[in-house]
Write a protein that binds this ligand. Sequence first.
Ligand code: ATP
Ligand code: MG
Length: 224
Amino acid sequence: MTDESGRRRLGIMGGTFDPIHNGHLVAAEEARWQFGLDEVVFVPAGRPWQKRDVTPAEDRYLLTMLATARNPHFSVSRLEIDRGGPTYTLETLRALRDFHGADAELLFITGADAVLEILTWKDPEALLDTARFIAATRPEYDLGRLDLGRFGDRVSVIQIPALAISSTDIRRRVREGRPIQYLVPPEVAAYIDERQLYRGPEGAGGQDGSSKPSGAGQEAGDGD
Ligand code: ATP
Ligand code: MG
């Protein structure tokens, strides 16, 4: 579907995807359906500045590829991974806008709390100028609390029933030997098993056998 001006509508789903799970996929598909998106591009973060120990980018990239392969409207971008270093939403959105030019309207899909954080701290005008934002909340969430009205029609809310799923919980489950089946696609569960991801203590670093030092000045956090 294209918008009134004939432009393609691209959903952008940024995240660490460590690992990607069904909450991400449900949110992307719901946004695609509600906003008539032509495509949703998943953009795994290269090296998120606010998270300490993250699984190697190539593993997260492959997990994201495996999880999205069966949806013809989903694709994965290496933009942030190939750029390396810390990544920022505005930079990514600008790169995508420059790449797609005026032919595409960008809609950035993210958790409602993350949207607020992004738009509070990081040059909201420039962000809202570059993309619309779709904020995912759980169905019973009190939307009034978010005060998103001040952003006008540049920020919309969608309700996602699978919102309770998180990568943090998936990693903890693997570590504790609890099931992750039905929380992630089967291909993701198989890859995690095959590569023995998330077996060490949380914060132990890479799963490639080496224990990476954690990045300087990084804090655990969510969102952008
Ligand atoms: P972590 O637990 O490590 O923070 P996460 O599950 O939040 O991971 P991210 O990679 O941080 O996953 O999230 C990527 C994007 O997806 C963010 O915008 C986040 O708000 C959103 N998101 C995360 N989980 C869900 C979910 N269950 N439903 C809808 N959106 C989600
Ligand atoms: Mg998160």
